[in-house]
Design a binder for this molecule. Structure first.
Ligand code: ZN
Length: 330
């Protein structure tokens, strides 16, 4: 089953381990070229992730990450190649190469400048998560950040008042004009509803699950899933245990394939089969107990089949829905 995955943090990890020689072909991460080939990957989104809590210039840092991505594409161009349009994806598919799409996770890298947004588009960025866990010029995140930047935010109470800023509305409009996909993962509930209001084209939650199954505010409520689906959008199943299962007796479960299937069933029941895709969050999360890397994706396909999803439905979840959206928006 061909795989299209809307989110990973592999480029940040690669940059961090550059000194010890890690590349896309040689590393200890979830995603490595041989694992992706074993998992039958058609397309992987690679995020330029910047933590605004760190003392670096976010724009410069994102450009350094983009350079790291470019180097990998150059080095392994016979196996993986960057895509900027839907036609590029089809070309790579015909040539038996994996497609790589550049995305941004943290709209703050634009520092409030539409000109910088355009620069990222010119470098090939085709999707942007408007916020990560900090407020930025565009809008507000799911939950207030804790004072300790290494700690997770308080994911139990959603931010329902603060959404997009005035400038954030301009960003969303400009992104749609350019053909850059709006991503609402990490964005506050209020921001989500602003995006629904100000978008004409389908948008995504690149790596978010169902809040009715796991209470974490990083996940979408049923109302949000319905609104996303009505817009023709897609949400990507996230393999992070924190967003899969609630604490049980104070202990966090390690994440199982069956919990991913539970989220898939719920999201499809609420929003229909057209609104679900994959957003593993590989290399940005602690290793899932069973989905330990790109090579394990066939196990998820088997589990979904046992869970009652037909081959045609699984094909939509694994690649078809996201490709439909890319064709329409890019
Ligand atoms: Zn994330």
């Amino acid at each position: 089953m061909k795989v299209v995955d809307m989110h990973c943090d592999t480029i940040s990890e690669l940059l961090e381990h550059k000194k010890i020689g890690w590349t896309l072909a040689d590393n200890d991460m979830h995603l490595r070229l041989d694992k992706m080939e074993a998992g039958d990957y058609l397309l992987q989104n690679f995020a330029l992730f910047v933590n605004l809590g760190r003392p670096t210039d976010p724009y410069e840092q994102a450009m350094i990450l983009a350079d790291c991505f470019d180097e990998q594409m150059k080095q392994f161009g016979d196996r993986i190649s960057q895509v900027r349009s839907f036609a590029d994806i089809e070309k790579n598919r015909a040539e038996g190469k994996i497609s790589a799409m550049l995305t941004i996770e943290e709209g703050g890298v634009c520092k409030g400048s539409l000109e910088k947004l355009r620069k990222f588009y010119d470098r090939g960025v085709r999707m942007m998560t408007l916020t990560w866990n900090y407020p930025n010029e565009i809008g507000h995140p799911n939950a207030p950040m804790s004072d300790n930047i290494e700690a997770d935010p308080d994911y139990s109470t959603p931010e329902v008042k603060k959404g997009l800023t005035e400038l954030g509305i301009d960003f969303v409009e400009e992104m749609q004009k350019m053909g850059m996909i709006v991503d609402v993962s990490h964005l506050s509930d209020a921001g989500f509803w602003d995006v629904v209001k100000y978008t004409k084209k389908p948008f995504v939650a690149s790596h978010s699950n169902a809040r009715a199954v796991c209470k974490n505010v990083r996940n979408l409520t049923d109302e949000m899933i319905r609104a996303l689906a009505e817009k023709g959008g897609v949400t990507g199943l996230n393999f992070c245990s924190e967003f899969l299962e609630d604490f049980q007796n104070g202990i966090r479960p390690a994440g199982t394939i069956s919990s991913v299937v539970d989220h898939a069933k719920h999201i499809v029941n609420v929003g229909g089969i057209e609104c679900l895709g994959l957003g593993s969050d590989f290399d940005g999360i602690t290793t899932h107990a069973e989905l330990t890397g790109g090579d394990k994706l066939p196990l998820l396909d088997d589990a979904l089949a046992k869970g009652g999803f037909s081959a045609a439905q699984r094909e939509k979840i694994f690649s078809g829905n996201v490709l439909r959206l890319y064709k329409e928006v890019l």
